[in-house]
Design a binder for this molecule. Structure first.
Ligand SMILES: [Mg+2]
Length: 330
């Protein structure tokens, strides 16, 4: 095997597999270290399970090769300790042993080892076992990536790439309970592109899609990153969620969005398109009675304010803080 083979792709860059060798016998330890380095692995070593575990916890190792019989902490205890960690990435563990009775091997695998090697070490066998380890780790990694991608897609609106309605429905109640538990404020804005149907009618649906995307990106790119978030509420309606923001702060922020949107110029085959949007803001202020703080009330109030903004001529912002006894949604 050449050096370049013992690498893995990490964030698009090739990176050497990091192998932790845990072995109390210095001769075997050095032999393993040399063999592995010669095959292109990045190696660190420890003389017992306890030191090995400390190294393991400090660094990210793809593969650990651990002796069984060791002072302080033996190989089985090491395996169990590694497996008890909540690892973001799977680590592949090979147990080294002079034992080759079936019962011993079973207890090794049950302790969390993926594979074992019986001493004395045969270099070609060691390398072949490591090839297996890399194959398994590669499969695990691509499966994990795919799962992360599926999780991301399940909360993303496919056209605009902001969060979808499902995420809004799931996440807004969490934001509200945070306010109910810890106090503070929270505001939402329902935003609607004015006369959107005319865009579709006049310029076609492709241009309409471009308008939706540009509008969503304008909101997403201008919110406080990592704090505020944007979801497509449905059709040409979007929701802005502004944690730790009271009504006065939300009105200022949303007014800024209104003027940014009015500057958007979407280029389409049929000509450039200017848009405006109307915004309805609802806020839970610090003094809002917790009993009125529900998702339904917040959305209902924002909708009412959006209607007001439309009614007063569009391209404007209307907003209100939730009040006790405010009309319940039907
Ligand atoms: Mg030993």
């Amino acid at each position: 095997m050449t050096e370049s083979l013992a690498t893995q792709m990490v964030d698009g860059q090739p990176e050497a597999f990091r192998v932790l060798v845990v072995e109390d016998d210095p001769v075997t330890r050095r032999l393993l270290e040399k063999l592995l380095q010669r095959s292109g692995y990045q190696v660190e070593t420890a003389g017992n399970g306890r030191d090995g575990l400390a190294l393991f916890e400090a660094g990210s190792f793809s593969i650990a090769i651990s002796d069984w019989m060791m002072p302080e902490m033996d190989g089985l205890q090491f395996c169990r300790a590694v497996r008890s960690h909540d690892q973001q990435r799977y680590s592949y563990i090979i147990l080294l042993t002079a034992k080759d009775s079936k019962d011993d091997l079973i207890s090794g695998l049950e302790a969390g080892a993926d594979d074992y090697l019986v001493k004395p070490i045969h270099p070609a066998e060691l390398i072949a076992r490591l090839n297996t380890a890399r194959r398994i780790l590669g499969l695990e990694r691509s499966l994990r990536r795919r799962n992360e991608e599926i999780a991301r897609l399940s909360i993303t609106d496919s056209l605009t790439q902001v969060f979808n309605r499902g995420y809004f429905n799931q996440q807004l109640p969490a934001e509200i309970s945070r306010v109910r538990r810890h106090g503070g404020s929270l505001a939402i804005a329902i935003c609607d592109i004015d006369h959107f149907k005319r865009v579709n009618d006049r310029y076609g649906h492709q241009a309409g899609d471009a308008v939706l995307s540009d509008f969503a990106h304008c909101l997403r790119d201008n919110v406080r990153q990592g704090v505020d978030w944007v979801a497509r509420y449905g059709g040409e309606e979007f929701a802005l969620v502004l944690p730790e923001t009271d009504l006065a702060g939300a009105l200022l922020a949303v007014e800024r969005f209104r003027s940014l949107v009015a500057e958007i110029c979407v280029l389409s085959a049929a000509g450039s398109i200017s848009i405006t949007a109307s915004f309805g803001v609802a806020a839970l202020n610090a003094d809002t009675d917790a009993s009125v703080a529900t998702m339904d009330r917040l959305v209902f109030t924002a909708d009412e304010c959006l209607y007001e903004a439309k009614h007063h001529g569009r391209n404007r912002v209307a907003g209100r803080a939730l009040q006790p006894g405010h009309q319940q949604p039907e």
